[in-house]
Design a protein around this ligand. Structure first.
Ligand SMILES: *Cc1c(COP(=O)(O)O)cnc(C)c1O
Length: 354
C-alpha cells in the first residue's frame, strides 16, 4: 500500500467507539445512549429547521448560546456550542497542551483523552486512580502548567468527586487549565459550573448526547470564562466554523425549552440504575458507586470477557475494556426498566450455567 500519510500521524491511535452492529437487533448497553427519544417539541423543531437546510447555520450559534446562558445563569460569552463535547475536548487539547505543556488525567478514564494526546503530540501524565477507582485529588494540586482533564463523574467507573475538590484543584494549580468533562453530570453528580465565574482557568464540558437524547445530532458545549471561550472559538473558526449544524442548533434550543421532560428522563434512568445495581449485587456482582447512566461491575466467579460474549450471543451488547485495570469489569449502560430486566434475567441464566 502506498503511504501518503505524513509521518507525524503515522502512529496515531484512533478512538474505538462502541460497536453499532447491523447484523441483528441488539439491546444496546454499550454506548451510554439514552433509552428515551427526543421530546415531541424537539422533533417539531428539527422538522422546521430542515426547511432551511439550503442555508448555512449561524456559525456564532447565537440563539443556542443565549438559551444555554439563560438556563445556566451565565452570559452568552461564557458558552461555546460544539459538534459533540468531543469537539470541546479536541479544541482544548489543541489550545492548552503540547510537548512542554503536558496533559494530566487518570490512568482509567475516557479513552479519547489518550487519542488526543497522540494526535496533538502531547506528553500525557497518567495519574493512577486508587485501588477502589477513586481519584486522589492531591495529585492534581500544585501542578506548574498544562492541561488537567477530569471526567466528573468519571468514565467508565461512574464515580464522582465534589465541587469543593474541583475548586481546590483550580485554586492550587492556577497556571493549568482545568477541564472538567461533565458528560454524565445530569444523572446525579454535582456540577461545577458555579465555579466558572470565579476561576478563569476552569473549562466545563457538557454534552446533549447522554442526558438529552441527542447522541445522533452531535451537540455539546464548553462553559468558561470569556477569555477561554474566545480562545477555543478562534480555534473552532480555524478548523470548522460550521461545526454545529442547523438541525442540531434547533434541537438544542428546543431541548432547553422542554427541560422538564429531560430532567424526568434522567431521574427515571437514575432510579433504574439504582434498582439494577441492587439486582446485580444480589447476583454476586461488585459495583462502583455510579452517578451516571451506566454501571461498572465485575463478578468474582466469571470473567468479564466471557460474560460479555455470552450476553452478545443472547442479543445484549455491553462494553468490556481490555487493559490491566479494567479487564475484570463490564460497563453496562442503563436502558428502560424492561431492558434492564432482560439483562439481569440473562445474567442470572448465564451464572446458573445456562
Ligand atoms: C460520551 C462522552 C463524551 C463525548 O460525548 P459527545 O457525544 O462527543 O458529546 C465525552 N466525555 C465522556 C466522558 C463521555 O463518556
Amino acid at each position: 500500500m502506498n503511504n501518503f500519510l505524513i509521518s507525524k500521524y503515522k502512529d496515531v491511535e484512533p478512538y474505538v467507539p462502541g460497536e453499532q452492529p447491523r447484523d441483528k437487533k441488539y439491546i444496546k448497553f454499550n454506548t451510554n445512549e439514552s433509552p428515551y427519544p427526543p421530546s415531541e417539541a424537539v422533533l417539531r423543531a428539527v422538522k422546521e429547521s430542515a426547511r432551511s437546510l439550503q442555508l448555512y447555520p449561524d456559525p456564532a450559534c447565537r440563539d443556542l448560546k443565549a438559551a444555554l446562558a439563560g438556563s445556566l445563569g451565565l452570559e452568552p460569552e461564557n458558552i461555546l456550542p460544539t459538534n459533540g463535547s468531543d469537539e470541546v475536548l479536541s479544541l482544548s487539547f489543541m489550545a492548552y497542551a503540547h510537548d512542554e505543556k503536558p496533559a494530566y488525567y487518570a490512568d482509567v478514564t475516557y479513552g479519547f483523552y489518550d487519542v488526543l494526546s497522540g494526535l496533538f503530540n502531547v506528553k500525557a501524565n497518567h495519574f493512577s486512580l486508587c485501588d477502589d477507582f477513586t481519584i486522589d485529588i492531591e495529585q492534581y494540586c500544585e501542578l506548574d502548567s498544562g492541561l488537567i482533564v477530569i471526567a466528573n463523574p468519571n468514565a467508565p467507573t461512574g464515580i464522582a468527586i465534589g465541587v469543593d475538590e474541583i475548586e481546590k484543584i483550580c485554586k492550587e494549580s492556577p497556571n493549568c487549565v482545568v477541564l472538567i468533562d461533565e458528560a454524565y453530570v445530569e444523572f446525579g453528580a454535582e456540577s461545577c459550573v458555579g465555579l466558572v465565574a470565579k476561576y478563569p482557568n476552569l473549562i466545563v464540558s457538557r454534552t446533549y448526547s447522554k442526558s438529552m437524547s441527542l447522541a445522533g445530532a452531535r451537540l455539546g458545549y464548553a462553559i468558561a470564562n470569556n477569555d477561554r471561550i474566545t480562545e477555543l472559538e478562534t480555534l473552532k473558526y480555524t478548523l470548522n466554523p460550521y461545526s454545529v449544524n442547523r438541525t442540531a442548533l434547533a434541537a438544542g434550543v428546543s431541548t432547553i425549552e422542554d427541560i422538564e421532560y429531560y430532567r424526568n428522563n434522567c431521574k427515571l434512568v437514575a432510579d433504574t440504575r439504582d434498582k439494577t445495581a441492587e439486582k446485580l449485587r444480589s447476583l454476586g456482582f461488585e459495583l462502583t458507586d455510579s452517578k451516571t447512566n451506566f454501571v461498572f461491575c465485575r463478578h468474582p466467579g466469571v470473567e468479564a470477557s466471557e460474560l460479555s460474549d455470552k450476553l452478545r450471543q443472547a442479543g445484549i451488547l455491553v462494553r468490556h475494556f481490555t487493559g490491566e485495570r479494567t479487564n475484570d469489569w463490564l460497563r453496562i449502560s442503563i436502558g428502560t426498566p424492561e431492558d434492564m430486566s432482560a439483562l439481569t434475567d440473562t445474567l442470572e441464566k448465564i451464572l446458573n450455567g445456562g
